[in-house]
Write a protein that binds this ligand. Sequence first.
Ligand SMILES: [Zn+2]
Length: 326
Amino acid sequence: MTKKRTENILKILGNEVFPGTSTTINFNIAKLYTSTKVEIPIIIERSKIPGPTVLITGGIHGDEINGVEVVRQIIAKKINKPVKGSIICIPVLNVFGFLNMNRFFPDGRDLNRVFPGTKNGSLASRFAYQFINEILPAVDLCLDFHTGGASRFNAPHIRVDPKNEKLIKLAKIFNTSFILHSKNLEGSYRATCAKKGKDILLFEGGKSQNSSKEIAVEGVHGVMRVLDHFEMLDDIFEIPKPPAASIVIKKSAWMRARYSGLLHIKIPIGKHVEKGEILATITDPYGKMRHVVKAVNEGYVINVNEAPIVYKGDAIFRITRELGNE
Ligand SMILES: [Zn+2]
């Protein structure tokens, strides 16, 4: 966030956006088979006063609705009108997946595994390439919103590379329930940002194809705290006070189902459990078998598989193993 802009014109996809303006640029990536245009609106709000540029994105995975909802609320509540600097919102990055309620691009690729993309590659790869080369250079800080995949419900957390102290500090300012130490995945948006020296906080909360009010609120409040930290948030907003400092998670592990059957969850997401505490039961459909799932260690349950039926070996609970000492 130290970059000084001399000319103070924001260049996005070949467009010049001037200070003190509001604009929407459509990112046209490809048409549908029917020749129908697919447009990805990029909503830009600029203050006349110079400052950082923050990019807020949702829906890299098209079925992660809760992330889209966070960005939508930020726009609807006008949190994206900065008193200094610029805020760029892209609520739905993977419009194709969003329309189909699917994680992927129409070419079957996971957009978040093809970054930084290639000019003449698959559709997802071309999209990533244009995004990285024509949007990202204008940006100082990225806030990217995700949910757990399939039926796995994530407790709200920020993922950061444990080696990046600057981002850990920012994650603490965002101040959601948990901060998860996690290495950057090759091909991800986050890894590309790291390589290009762009700060990024990745928010995870809730599950795909689902909307949770509580998760959305945690996301929106975190954004407000970060914007306030950079003196970008309008003082008409009250800064939301977090209930506690984020719990830093160094290690966590999945517990897997030991039996196939109907899964009945007995604890709320985010709960601190003791070793041996009852987390769920797995039953057969015939009222004969009932297996009790007990916590294998003490810790916080940061992900719960909310699938009604599971196979033996399916990941069902992710429990913290080691917490940070901060
Ligand atoms: Zn995701």
